[in-house]
Design a protein around this ligand. Structure first.
Ligand code: ZN
Length: 134
């Protein structure tokens, strides 16, 4: 599974998401912590869905997670991606869910509930969170 092509689609950076992508470029995997109620959340949003506060900070996560669900993508073939490749919903130990690339596990060995270790890696010219079996 080679997904290192430089012609992958690029994320559309917004005032609400650019900080998260820039942190990845620095090797940091962050989530938001609401300043009003301390709730952690991801993906980045301008306001807290629980208390409505628009004050927040970025907090580093440790990278431990449980596999909530996963899929192996065969089609459609997207620019910069070489199917088949696995995409996971990872439940981070901090309590937030994140969509990540799942590498280092053949489809027959992937099981919901398995421990994952997330880290930031360069893929296709982008710094991205990548999960591997822990
Ligand atoms: Zn809140």
């Amino acid at each position: 599974m080679n997904n290192s092509s430089e012609n992958r689609p690029r994320p559309s950076l917004t005032v609400d998401t650019e900080w998260w992508w820039r942190a990845l470029e620095s090797g940091e995997l962050l989530v938001q912590r609401c300043a009003g109620c301390d709730l952690l959340r991801h993906p980045p949003e301008p306001t807290c869905g629980a208390c409505g506060s628009d004050e927040w900070s970025g907090v580093l996560v440790a990278g431990g997670a449980i596999l909530h669900s996963w899929v192996v993508v065969h089609e459609p073939a997207l620019p910069g991606f070489a199917p088949p490749y696995a995409v996971a919903l990872a439940d981070l130990d901090e309590g937030v869910r994140m969509v990540v690339a799942l590498e280092g596990a053949e489809p027959g060995t992937i099981e919901i509930g398995m421990r994952l270790a997330l880290a930031v890696h360069e893929r296709g010219g982008l710094a991205l969170p990548v999960a591997r079996p822990a």
